[in-house]
Design a protein around this ligand. Sequence first.
Ligand SMILES: [Zn+2]
Length: 430
Amino acid sequence: MLGVLPVLPRLLYACNRNHPGDGQTSVHFRLAFGDVLRQGLAMPADVISLLQHLVRIPSVNPDNAPGTALSGEEEIAGFLGGWLEALGAEVVLEAVQVGRPNVIGRFAPLDGRPRILLGPHLDTVGVGGMTIAPFGGELRDGRVWGRGASDTKGPMAAMLWALRETRASLAKLPVAVDFVAFMGEESGQWGSKDFVRRHGADYMFAVVGEPTSMQVVRVTKGSLWATLLATGKAAHSAQPERGENAILKLTRALDTLDYHLGHALAGYTHPVLGRSTLNVGVIRGGSRPNIVPDLAEAELDIRITPDLAASGGALRLLREMLADHALPLEIVAAHENPPMETAATHPMVQALLAVDPATQLAGAPWFSDATHLSNGGVPSICLGPGSINQAHTVDEFIDIAALQHGAAFLEEFIRRLELRAPAAVPMARE
Ligand SMILES: [Zn+2]
């Protein structure tokens, strides 16, 4: 039944044109997929075969050791574009990097009504070391197997299937529901950052597709990755007093830092996430035993609770600690991602919880596109079938029962939006 689909990307990319406004390349879909849809050719029979098809389109993130030549989001974006168009969506592929687009599917015009998005990511982690066929999409033992089955093509398939089942009513809903798939989540999350900058003002809420076992993850920690450098003076090891040992400088300073910064971080806590933490994960320095080392460096990972972010963030705290204790270390690289906390009282969070009593509020130590959407002004949560325990594993799978439950849950969530009076839905993002 999917026989026609392999030709779709070629058709779609025939429409490539330059976006006049911003110099970015976009692809606009104005293609006659109605015929394909009427013939039933573009539609898998169920959410399981849809997921199998998604797994069989490799979309490995090319940035970090993909372990295959089949990397990049372009092919799956083309498939999704065709699929969404066949459901009746207006589709735009918005290039964030060359050949690496976000996919935006709108089922209702931008006419000012409240608007939410269902947003999985397009990419997967690498496939090196996997013990199953990464792109096999095999159906066995009540599971679909392959890279992305849980993270996050399972949640993506559940979202797509829910939209398919509700497609007749989507244009008329008092709350518009868009499908947006982001590139690059498994590396720098440029897709969600770019999207929220361009389109954040249009949305009052986002359901980000991640394998949360259908829990509503509304709070996640942020992180600071920083490299600390100690410099010394090289000398022959037979006369170490003529040099200055950068390794000893670094390790002594790290000891002090671990004590004082660790103590300070423990003061920043959250009822769900616990405390802010510090890990010294990498250390490098020196070249030979008979040379006094003149360079040494360490890489830190600080996990950030919302109250630490609110008080100025981890990088500021790290700088203060280095200064207060006169530690001879220089911060040479630092990248801070904020935490996320979406109000449990948000009407869309409450609407999700109302669908199924088994779905509860949760927090998580990892982070995702939801953080960037939230910090860009779109309150967001993560939700989807599949388990984080299966994400990034050598034998990734998703249970079919979980997948089907996820699709039914999201379908019910969308159907209940129909009952919402527009006035009951706050339009404004604070
Ligand atoms: Zn993911």
